[in-house]
Design a protein around this ligand. Structure first.
Ligand code: NAP
Length: 514
């Protein structure tokens, strides 16, 4: 069996001692080991500070963008090989693998173009303002890269995109990265990193990879470092509460759980309704429901609930669960045995809270081309809660798999309140064609979300589904979703930069800041 290596201080290194085992979720067979025992991660941090940081800061945005372009190209060129790794270690279908891998190369390419637009500069200067009586004394807010290291801790569900979307932003800002993927699916991340390293385009110390535990790495972070975490709310809370992080005000960004909602308005036109059905069924089953942005709660007008239930059930009945390498299979297994067990327990928890299963089974899916007892297979499940106000777990417990709960509502104000019971989310989607009602929904939902997708007949043929995170729009959300914000074009760079108000003689500021 292979042992995954970390890429640290310009070398591929293997951990010693007790190693974690990675499995093929389709067969349950072990495929690799990984760990960081005996590796000096403090030295990796020092290497990034001493070499990666200065090298990046010496480059212009355009030059850093060129590095991202090379990374994107390398991933794209290795697409087929990476898809194989994703199927093997993630249990993804080809289509789900592409979602992750093309998302990685696409996000890097997008940030390469942001770098090109920012051009020859190394800092970002906001519009200066006159501060004194005369036209001499001015103030300008200037953004400069932090002098430390960006440590990225990622979730298991996007092994390629997770590395790329965070690294693209930090590297463009001029901050070196140490990236730590979730161990269970790190095989794909290591393969991606191999392709990136082979380009020779990334300056020494600018990008390192930890395959396995971070050991005491996070305890070394200080005031010029940044920690960006994606994963469960529990781990996020633990990491942001680290003593050194609190005492030294290390920047922390948390992307966590979310009970994303889809809301169908009563007036939805046929095209809008078709869009709603397409999006909800896709969001429930794409990547076997293992997306932080997947729809978990579906709100529809009370008099439409039976029709929606039957239409969704018809679509879900087309889902073919099985060996993701087979062309006819549309949904693979969950990524780990733990995820499968959590999914089953989660559906039971929703049932205990007042929801009933109206389609599918969490425990006994029909499986094509694989052994249902050995792989981590589950079926898509649609639940229904006719009294949403009292079905507490539906609004509080994220079941990380192909399941969602259908619920009725009476009016716009009620549905806004019900959606808000999720405690803060990444994305909400609303489908309707009445502008006044949409305005109540959008403005009512916006304070609770990082993003709202509005589906209407005017955009039905071109809008993206709500689960797709675009690099040009912010990703994150308040409350339960972690309170963080990533991406969003140039906005994302700010997390890795310090804004300093520089006050003085305008001519001098112009000369120094440009
Ligand atoms: P997790 O168990 O919290 O793990 C996330 C990452 O944290 C992994 O890399 C894990 O490493 C690491 N980790 C765990 N404990 C740690 C510690 N004490 N110190 C340092 N690192 C630690 O979450 P997961 O099961 O991978 O991901 C599923 C969750 O992520 C879901 O709730 C989902 O909603 C959320 N998610 C959110 C987003 C978003 O953008 N908001 C995106 C994707 C997923 P090991 O694997 O080595 O334990």
């Amino acid at each position: 069996m292979i042992t995954l290596k970390s890429y640290l201080r310009g070398e591929w290194v293997e951990g010693r001692g007790e190693l974690a085992t990675l499995f093929n979720p389709t067969t349950g067979e072990p495929i690799a080991k990984a760990g960081t025992g005996g590796i000096d991660l403090k030295a990796a941090l020092e290497h990034a500070r001493a070499e990666g940081g200065p090298a990046l800061r010496a480059m212009t945005f355009a030059e850093r963008g060129a590095v991202l372009k090379a990374m994107s190209k390398a991933i794209h060129e290795a697409r087929e090989e990476l898809i194989e790794a994703s199927i093997l270690n993630g249990g993804t279908t080809r289509s789900d693998a592409k979602f992750d891998i093309d998302g990685a190369s696409g996000t890097l390419a997008y940030y390469a173009s942001v770098g090109k637009q920012l051009g020859d500069k190394k800092t970002i200067v906001e519009e200066p303002e006159q501060l004194g009586r005369g036209a001499r004394f001015f103030g300008a807010h200037v953004w400069v890269p932090l002098r430390g290291v960006a440590v990225h801790v990622n979730a298991f569900n996007f092994p390629a995109w997770g590395l790329a979307e965070k690294a693209a932003v930090a590297l463009l800002a001029g901050v070196p990265v140490i990236s730590k993927p979730a161990t269970a699916t790190a095989l794909l991340t290591v393969r991606v990193m191999e392709k990136i390293v082979a380009t020779g385009a990334v300056p020494r110390g600018a990008l390192q990879l930890v395959a396995g535990s971070t050991q005491d790495l996070l305890e070394q972070l200080g005031p010029q470092d940044a920690l960006a975490f994606t994963g469960s709310g529990d781990t996020g809370t633990k990491l942001r509460g680290l003593g050194n992080v609190l005492a030294r005000s290390t920047r922390v960004n948390v992307e966590a759980d979310s009970l994303n909602a889809a809301v169908l308005a009563p007036d939805a036109d046929d095209e809008t309704y078709a869009m709603f059905l397409r999006d909800v069924s896709k969001e429930m089953t794409q990547k076997s429901g293992q997306k932080c942005t997947a729809t978990r709660r579906i709100f529809v007008p009370r008099d439409a609930i039976d029709r929606v239930q039957s239409d969704l059930a018809e679509r879900l009945a087309d889902v073919k669960v099985g060996d993701p390498a087979l062309a006819e299979v549309t949904m693979g297994p969950l990524a780990t045995a733990q995820q499968r067990d959590d999914y089953r327990a989660g559906v039971a928890k929703l049932e205990a809270s007042g929801a009933r299963v109206v389609f599918g089974s969490a425990t006994e899916p029909d499986v094509i081309g694989a052994d249902a007892q050995k792989g981590y297979f589950v079926g898509p499940v649609l639940l229904r809660a006719d009294a949403p106000a009292t079905a507490n777990a539906v609004h509080e417990h994220e079941v990380f798999g192909p399941c969602a709960t259908l619920m009725p509502y009476e009016d716009a104000n009620e549905v806004v309140e019900l959606v808000a019971r999720g405690g803060g989310g990444l994305v909400a989607s609303v489908y309707g064609d009445d502008r006044e009602l949409l305005s109540t929904l959008i403005l009512g939902l916006a304070p609770h979300h990082g993003r709202v997708l509005v589906g209407s007949k005017k955009v039905a043929d071109q809008a993206i589904p709500p689960g797709l995170v675009l690099p040009s729009c912010v990703h994150g959300g308040p409350g339960r979703a972690g309170g963080g914000e990533e991406l969003g074009g140039e906005r994302g760079l700010r997390f890795y930069m310090q804004r300093c108000a520089v006050q003085g003689d305008r001519a001098l500021l112009d000369k120094i800041l440009g």
